[in-house]
Design a protein around this ligand. Structure first.
Ligand code: SIN
Length: 505
């Protein structure tokens, strides 16, 4: 009840304050206090559109990470005993405070990630929907009674929070990836240490200020910030400290494997949401107009920097020319490159130079091996060093990087296919298995593709499938576990079996 009252009181205060609050924060948050790194070191957070300095934040190391984990472990002792309703009320309160502050938050998301303001608003609404959803879920975690084989015994199964969770989040959805993980784990009764990407720590710090106002008690959420230099040592502590029971990570498959190996030493659970290499398949029966509109969303949302982003367009030969010509027109007409704060911009800069070089090298590799550039293909150097043109290439063949690997940028690669079997074979010929998109009006084909595509998520006739209500996650090297939906909360629980024996009179 105290948590509930504190939440409501702070929420009322927040409503009054939020219009004057500047959510930019340059300290980390541990045990309910805004603190510097033990070393006093800081690192710069820059705007990818123009490299201007936004803020300097603590450059924390292993000792700071340990302190944050200890705080989360201490807070777990009381947070795990709060009632689901108390946790639900705090989550709802956080949701409402975010709603009231979404303008400020969106400005921070755009400043540090480069995405257009309209997309930042979209991310705020999407990310906040997880807080709303998990506020509901908190009250629906269930156990079960199983019929026992013995006359005088009962089998009781309950779900309990796993404990302290290390949360490591990426830069591409700096708000939504926090709420998708933290909302779920709070609902389950866990506490956490969040380590946001070094490219986008400010959104995390802003979001947690609002969680604090919503009445999340001290130590329940801790946020530590580290530069790339310290990330390896901090990641190791976040995975290996004995208090940590689960590591939840969204990011590259390469890093996911490293974290998973650390976690294995302590037999810890992992939730991994890793790279994708999504096929976008268009069959002759499809509504091509619809496929084109959704191709734009699946490819150019967040400038292609999404693990569910369409990577390989597998287009049936009967509709190939129609689709490719239409795609070219759509890109030329609809993609506007520029700083995310400018009116009408749909694609911002890539997040950093490393990413920009990777995207450009993928296109160069494809073109050198015979691909044809139909739109874009170069840096827009007049805008800066991280703006890459929205690009369409076809004649894409095995052996090219774009064919096998995730480009994670605004490059659409088109491959002509002759049959359903060929489309399926190419689609599945990857070590990844996150999202796949299929456009068809043939019902049998839709069901076959849903069944046979080796991906955790399949969208039929749609280019966007993420929502708080659905289980998000991949198979193969795209990850382990699910986020969102009720499954997303259950990931943060342990199943306990209690045998109730001696029931005879
Ligand atoms: C991601 O790309 O990491 C997440 C995208 C989404 O939630 O749709």
């Amino acid at each position: 009840m105290d948590f509930l009252r504190a939440g409501v009181r702070r929420h009322t205060f927040a409503r009054i304050q939020c219009r004057q609050l500047h959510l930019l924060q340059n300290k980390a948050y541990v045990e309910g206090k805004w603190i510097s790194a033990g070393s006093g070191n800081v690192f710069k957070v820059e705007n990818p559109a123009d490299d201007s300095l936004i803020a300097k934040v603590p450059d924390m190391g292993a000792a700071d990470a340990k302190k944050a984990i200890d705080a989360a472990a201490e807070a777990f002792k009381s947070w795990k005993n709060t009632t689901p309703k108390e946790r639900s009320n705090i989550l709802r309160c956080w949701y409402e405070i975010v709603e009231a502050n979404s303008k400020d938050l969106a400005a921070i998301v755009t400043a540090e990630s480069g995405k257009p303001l309209s997309e930042s608003y979209g991310e705020l609404a999407y990310g906040n929907s997880f807080l709303d959803w998990f506020a509901d879920c908190a009250r629906h975690v269930k156990g079960e009674m199983i019929l026992s084989p013995w006359p005088n015994k009962q089998i009781m199964v309950t779900r309990q929070p796993v404990g302290v969770v290390s949360v490591i989040t990426p830069w591409n959805f700096p708000f939504a990836m926090i709420t998708r993980k933290v909302g779920a784990l709070l609902a389950a009764g866990c506490t956490c240490v969040v380590k946001p990407s070094e490219d986008t720590p400010l959104t995390a710090l802003a979001a947690i200020q609002l969680a604090e106002q919503a009445g999340v008690p001290k130590g329940v959420i801790n946020v530590i910030t580290s530069s790339r230099k310290n990330v390896a040592e901090v990641g190791k502590v976040l995975c290996e400290d004995p208090h940590v029971r689960l590591i939840s990570f969204t990011g590259s498959t390469v890093v996911g494997k490293v974290l998973s190996a650390h976690a294995a030493k302590g037999v810890k659970r992992v939730g991994l949401e890793l790279g994708g290499n999504a096929p976008f398949i268009v069959f002759p029966s499809a509504d091509i107009g619809r496929a084109l509109d959704h191709a734009m969303l699946a490819k150019f949302r967040n400038n292609g920097q999404a693990c569910v982003g369409a990577n390989r367009f597998l287009i049936h030969e009967d509709v190939y020319d129609q689709f490719v010509n239409g795609f070219k027109e759509h890109i030329q007409k609809k993609c506007k490159l520029g700083p995310g704060t400018h009116e009408g911009v749909t694609c911002g800069p890539l997040i950093n130079l490393e990413q920009a070089k990777k995207v450009s090298s993928f296109v160069e590799d494809a073109v050198n091996k015979g691909a044809r550039t139909l739109v874009g293909g170069r840096f827009a150097t007049d805008l800066g060093n991280k703006f890459f043109e929205s690009t369409l290439i076809d004649n894409v063949k095995p052996g090219m990087k774009v064919y096998h690997d995730e480009v994670f940028g605004p490059v659409a690669s088109v491959i002509k296919v002759k049959s359903e079997e060929e489309a399926l074979e190419i689609a599945n010929s990857t070590k990844h298995g996150l999202a796949a998109y299929v456009f068809t009006k043939d019902l049998g084909q839709a069901f076959r593709m849903s069944r046979d595509l080796e991906f955790g998520m399949v969208a039929i006739n749609d280019g966007i499938l993420s929502t708080a209500e659905a289980p998000f996650g991949g198979i193969k090297e795209s990850g382990i576990g699910r986020e969102g939906s009720m499954h997303g909360v259950e990931e943060y629980t342990e199943i306990k079996y209690t045998l109730m024996s001696g029931l005879e009179k």
